[in-house]
Design a protein around this ligand. Sequence first.
Ligand code: CP3
Length: 338
Amino acid sequence: MNVLTGRKPERRPVWFMRQAGRYLPEYRKVREQAGSFLELCYSSQLAAEVTLQPLRRYDLDAAIIFADILVVPHAMGNGLSFVEGEGPKLETVRSSSDLTRLKPGLKSKQFESVAESVNRVRRDLDSSISLIGFCGAPWTVASYMVEGGSSDRELARKFAYQREDWFRELLSRLVENSIEYLCLQIEAGADVVQIFDSWAGELPGDLLTEYCIEPIQEIVAGVRSRFPAVPIIVFAKGAGHRHRNIYLKTKCQAIGVEAECPLEFLQSILPAGAVIQGNLDPLLLLCDEAVVRKETLKLVSGIPRDRHIFNLGHGIKQQTNPDILTTVIETIRDHDHG
Ligand code: CP3
């Protein structure tokens, strides 16, 4: 929170995307108990428990609420399931008649249970640790709805190019519902919110402006009008040099960065007040400890801690050895003291 609000941090803040997840044996145990991934997301007590698990193991500065970006379409009445080993399966939305199925997510049991998880975590979490709420960005979420699951997103991009009215309408409904969802998480105790646009990098030129930047800009404005003091992090993965435009237009407080984009370059193109979050390659966590130390040190040496939130460039991989995160965190703490 200090870094995000322009104050001097006591130390370099650290958290990891997907820090609660299948690489942790204690997560797998609770996941089994819950039955399915979605039941885990909507069982507030268990979701709060897995949110807190990484905080017990590691010296982290933030928790991220355990849920999924597909909670928003689910709450809007769009069918969703997770097939073991295959990922998400959604009812497809490919025309204006499919849109008539969608309803507002506010008051849904999905939104209510995530708010309840946030409430529980904030109650049990040390006040020095920030709690991050999140949603998916309209483009990324819409791509799952159009395709019906994980895919190459080419069908979604075709609809985007064709400027189909119903596709724009879908994005605007996602904007409205994402604002409500983030505000609900803030009311329940989230200190910060992050917007995940995992597939932003695949949008060329004008499409990035229309389908990534503009909808996120509306979400930021909508949340800020109700909660002006809550910082917003935008992770438009793969945006490269376009992170500058995203920062300037959305007016977010921090930019999340993919591993492919050098932080040195980003510091040179972003205004001095912009906070940068990232961007160690998640694959590195599968390498030897000495290499992990070296690359972590290289990263933190290249960016001052008052404008940096340490993270990965994308989520932790399932095969990651939990002990390697301790190595990363220790390396950052040692550098802080050095
Ligand atoms: O970061 C965190 O620790 C918070 C929890 C979180 C999850 N998903 C938990 C999860 C967050 C922030 C997400 C975001 C999310 N979900 C994104 C955007 C970020 C990104 O990774 O790019 C996307 C694209 C999704 C959609 C989604 N959910 C996919 C494609 C999958 C993979 C399915 C699979 O089988 O690998 C999920 C499932 C999911 N979300 C898991 C977790 C811990 C694994 C589910 C399990 O336990 O089986």
